[in-house]
Design a protein around this ligand. Structure first.
Ligand code: ATP
Ligand code: LTN
Length: 326
């Protein structure tokens, strides 16, 4: 049987190169090998405050990005999380399986809670259980994500294993698919932090929808390391990050990239990087603008129907096993 992949991103801001190189790019590559489900996880988005009207827009914008980067709705199922009620229902059951102590260990929760300090919602705490429900509903084999999601995937596996042990074999136990290069693209302004849309400094983060000027400016301002040599070297995180981006975007081998920059300076690296990024993003931005509301609605409707069919089967089993269906 064809194996399944499931992944998602939150419609909480603008998609950046980290999201693309760490996750979306691999979704596109894997969709022809696996039966694929790509979700816009708007229920996750509301774990922190969102403006309702903007959330609707951002949800649709993110769906457009999925399609524009090359997710083919003829091949993959693209849908919105809140359209499939089973996600919330399974979350409740899994809430009664997951342990407080497990969730208290989640580093993403601890980071976000530390930053926010006040009015932390139960939803933010429960975020990883909702993510487990997303994945387990579809009997997923593989979950392509960036490195920051590794711990959430471990929790998903633990919850699945515990449910199966206590109630009988119900869920497939999924594996994470985390690329060797690109799983952790760093901020251009602080290479000790991952590139993030919630970064305080907008210059650290190149957005997929950034125009040429913004891209040039951001790469120009990127911090560099001491020394002058341009080669892959993890002990020099700033240059290493810029080279990884160049390598992934151009698809040139690491050796070719080093040869290309041999004897050249940082200014050239930044200039070339801006140029290849602008050229790379141009057709994606064009496609985003071409997708009509009608096309988008049709794709999301079709996605919802397909996702629902599969999610319902799993949830019915869960209800039977747990004594919830009479
Ligand atoms: P952000 O920190 O920017 O809000 P996120 O992880 O909350 O990012 P999502 O949109 O939900 O945002 O993430 C989509 C995917 O992008 C996930 O698989 C995540 O692991 C991946 N990702 C996020 N940031 C990076 C990064 N800097 N490098 C590589 N992958 C990343
Ligand atoms: N937490 C993820 C988004 C996400 C997800 C999922 C990813 C929610 N549900 C299921 C993979 C599979 C993040 O990247 N911030």
């Amino acid at each position: 049987m064809t194996k399944r992949i499931f992944s998602g991103a939150q419609p909480t801001g603008n998609v950046h190169l980290g999201n693309y190189l760490g996750a979306l790019r691999n979704w596109v590559a894997l969709q022809h090998e696996y039966e694929s489900f790509f979700c816009i996880v708007n229920l996750h988005a509301i774990t922190v405050a969102q403006d309702p009207a903007q959330l609707v827009e951002k949800t649709r914008d993110l769906a457009r990005i999925y399609l524009a980067v090359g997710i083919d709705p003829q091949v993959s199922t693209v849908f919105v999380q809140s359209d499939v009620k089973e996600h919330a229902e399974l979350t409740w059951v899994l809430n009664c399986i997951a342990r407080m102590s497990e969730l208290e260990r989640m580093t993403q929760y601890k980071d976000k809670a530390r930053k926010q300090q006040e009015n932390i919602t139960v939803g933010l705490f429960d975020y990883p259980v909702l993510m487990a429900a997303d994945i387990l509903l579809y009997q997923t084999d593989l979950v392509p994500v960036g490195d920051d999601q590794r711990q959430h995937l471990e929790l998903t596996r633990d919850v699945a294993i515990r449910f199966n042990r206590d109630y009988g074999e119900t869920f497939k136990v999924p594996d994470a698919y985390i690329p060797k290069i690109g799983a952790r693209i760093m901020s251009l302004s602080d290479p000790s932090k991952k590139m993030s849309k919630s970064d305080d400094d907008p210059n650290g983060c190149v957005l997929l929808m950034d125009d040429a000027d913004a891209i040039q400016k951001k790469f120009k301002r990127a911090v560099t390391d001491s020394g002058t040599e341009i080669r892959f070297d993890e002990s020099r995180p700033a240059i290493n990050n810029l080279l990884e981006i160049y390598h992934l975007i151009t698809r040139k081998s690491q050796q070719e990239v080093e040869d290309h920059f041999a004897g050249k300076g940082y200014a050239q690296l930044k200039g070339d990087l801006a140029e290849v990024t602008i050229e790379f993003l141009r057709p994606i931005q064009q496609r985003v603008r071409e997708i009509t509301d009608e096309q988008l609605d049709a794709i999301l409707d079709q996605g919802r129907e397909k996702a629902e069919q599969i999610a319902r089967v799993t949830l019915e089993q869960v209800f039977k096993r747990t004594g919830l269906s009479l």
